[in-house]
Design a protein around this ligand. Structure first.
Ligand code: ATP
Length: 305
């Protein structure tokens, strides 16, 4: 099967600045991939390369087996939906008029638009001028524009930035629905905690380099960070519990009824086994694996996404 998107050893320079450096990445139909990285890491540059808006300085980009900046670029782009980072629409047009305009540009049937507006929760506002829309509504209209023509590949540049929790959830619901229909959704974001449980894979960019890619479990294996284990124990039994797990754990905090431990991930099972033998004194256990944000900081040596 032809992979949906492949980048092989792709670099992109802007004069002396290296925006992307030797990036190889593959993404297939039916998956959601989050591109994460700090400001200027190269996320938008990568999307522009996939869209064929810019060419790589080195390496190859293929979308559905074609060069998106090459002879068949227009054909490839017809299969792509793109939500840019900042969406700006003509304030005097209504949602319906705007989508009709974009549908004509994309050569897609206008009659599908009411359904698209419904999917992004804008049916009721469809005949209002966009100038009266809130930021969240404009963002959702941007998503609607990207959905025109039922593209098999969606590139969403920070689709939830500036949205309230409800609108964010709505955007992720739409993304999940698209994925379930077999689309590839590639989205960029700074909200790592938010995408952790919502995407299939994460690609981490740092200063233009792809430092890690995979599902969260694979990234955890790549960056073996301590697992946090919080225990509530019967009064004055912390030492007994500690003696049982001391070989694999470091104490982060303790009081007569609580132990907060950092456990070596390779010995997680040993710790659980040891704790199982102390059931009569353990009242509660909370186990917390490192989240994406902590993994990103670890893999980048301290930077925030
Ligand atoms: N047209 C351009 N000319 C010169 N430099 C550029 C151009 N576009 C991007 N850059 C630079 O390339 C680097 C990567 O930018 P890019 O927009 O891809 O980052 P990003 O990860 O999307 O950042 P953000 O999270 O802030 O949107 C940055 O240093 C940026 O200043």
């Amino acid at each position: 099967m032809t992979p949906t998107i492949t980048l092989e050893h792709v670099s992109r320079r802007y004069g002396r600045l290296s925006a992307l450096d030797d990036v190889s990445l593959r993404a297939d139909a039916g998956e959601t991939v989050a591109l994460v990285g700090h400001n200027g890491a190269g996320k938008t540059t990568l999307m522009k390369l996939i869209l064929g808006l810019i060419r790589p300085t080195a390496g190859t980009v293929r979308v559905l087996g074609e060069d998106p900046a090459g002879r068949h670029g227009a054909r490839v782009r017809a299969r792509l939906g793109f939500l840019p980072e900042s969406v700006a629409f003509h304030a005097a047009m209504t949602g319906t008029e705007l989508l009709a305009f974009y549908a004509r540009l994309k050569n897609a049937p206008v009659k599908a638009n009411p359904g698209i507006l419904h999917r992004v929760g804008l049916s009721e506002a469809a005949d209002r001028r966009v100038g009266t829309y809130s930021k969240g509504m404009r963002q959702r209209l941007g998503l609607a524009q990207a959905l025109i023509g039922e593209p098999g590949i969606l590139l969403l540049d920070e689709p939830t930035s500036g949205l309230d929790p409800d609108s964010r959830r709505q955007v992720y619901d739409t993304i999940a629905e698209l994925r379930d229909r077999g689309a590839l959704v590639l989205l960029s974001t700074h909200a790592l905690a938010e995408v952790e449980s919502r995407v299939d894979r994460v690609a981490m960019l740092h200063r233009g380099r792809l430092i890690a890619a995979g599902d969260v479990a694979a990234l955890r294996r790549r960056a073996p960070m301590p697992v946090r284990v919080r225990l509530t124990v019967r009064h004055c039994t912390t030492q007994r519990v500690l003696d049982a797990v001391a070989a694999w754990a470091t104490v982060l905090a303790r009081d007569p009824e609580h132990l907060d431990l950092a456990v070596d991930p390779a010995h997680r099972a040993d710790v659980i086994h040891a704790l199982d033998g102390l059931r009569e004194v353990i009242e509660d256990v909370e186990i917390e694996s490192p989240g994406l944000e902590a993994l990103y900081r670890h893999l980048t040596g301290g930077d925030r996404p």
